[in-house]
Design a binder for this molecule. Structure first.
Ligand code: SAM
Length: 261
């Protein structure tokens, strides 16, 4: 059972454990022949869910979410908020985060200082005109449009799976008149248009999360050409020391990890 849960995305495991906690609380109250208030019922569900999550090995922050989820539901119901509000909030979150529950890579943005630090890893202006750069998981397109404006001699591509960030970056590129930039809707792993074949690029940039780094490294090793550059912001590759690191003096204390392939 434990092994099975480990294979599922944490969010799905958390949901299953909420259902299991609900069933356990209902059965326990039936057996003990007890009646409770909705809030006491929700607190019990939260407690059971947090305990089950602890045994299932979910990360610590999930325990707090699991504990508070059902009580928060009961509290929100007490405010009589129209159900359309929740639907709208859900659609908005879906458009921004899309498959984050599966990829475990949410949207958060590189700082302007990271954008500037990346300039140093583009091929020198004399050496390679029309070099190609890709941002894997390009978010709102800030990396691409910044680099395209300071180094117009490159071709900049992004791939993004979430619809709203994609639309945002597409508009940013169109309205800003960046002719050397494009973004594609798709997944890094399953890209029908071939934009994620890393053999085409001189510089590959990713700012994702710890979860996909091992798989991404294998893809980079298999596809990237010798002499090209792979850069991960903040997240390391297990057992692969970078050839260079750059500490960026921004709010997140970002580090660029650089591998020369
Ligand atoms: C941490 S953000 C980085 C955004 C941008 N690259 C930056 O540096 O500001 C990661 C982005 O990757 C996207 N993403 C996550 N998994 C993806 C996948 N498998 N394929 C394409 N995009 C993905 C997310 O939707 C999110 O917008």
């Amino acid at each position: 059972m434990h092994a099975l849960l480990k294979k599922l995305p944490p969010s799905v495991t958390a949901l299953l454990l909420q259902v299991a906690a609900l069933v356990l609380v209902i059965l326990s109250l039936r057996v003990a022949n007890l009646q409770t208030t909705p809030m006491a019922f929700a607190l019990l569900c939260g407690l059971f869910a947090a305990l089950l999550s602890r045994f299932a090995g979910l990360a610590r922050w999930w325990l707090a979410i699991q504990l508070l989820f059902a009580p928060a539901l009961v509290l929100m119901l007490a405010f009589n908020i129209p159900s359309g509000f929740f639907l709208a909030a859900f659609v908005m979150m879906l458009a921004v985060y899309w498959s984050t529950f599966r990829t475990q890579v949410p949207l958060y943005l590189s700082s302007n200082k990271v954008w500037r630090a990346l300039e140093d890893f583009l091929p020198s202006e004399k050496q390679d005109t029309n070099f190609k750069f890709i941002d894997l998981g390009s978010g709102l397109g800030g990396v691409l449009t910044h680099l395209a404006s300071v180094r117009p001699d490159g071709q900049y591509s992004g791939v993004e799976s979430a619809p709203l960030p994609l639309l945002w970056s597409w508009l940013r590129i169109k309205l800003g008149g960046y002719r050397n930039c494009k973004v594609h809707w798709g997944s890094i792993w399953n890209d029908k248009l071939g934009a994620c074949d890393l053999a085409q690029y001189d510089v590959v940039f990713a700012y994702l999360s710890p979860v996909p780094m091992e798989r991404l490294w294998r893809k980079a090793r298999a596809e990237m050409r010798p002499g090209t550059v792979f850069i991960s912001s903040t997240f390391s590759v297990p057992e692969q020391a970078p050839h260079e690191t750059v500490q960026v003096d921004d709010l997140h204390r970002s580090t660029l990890l650089i591998w020369r392939m």
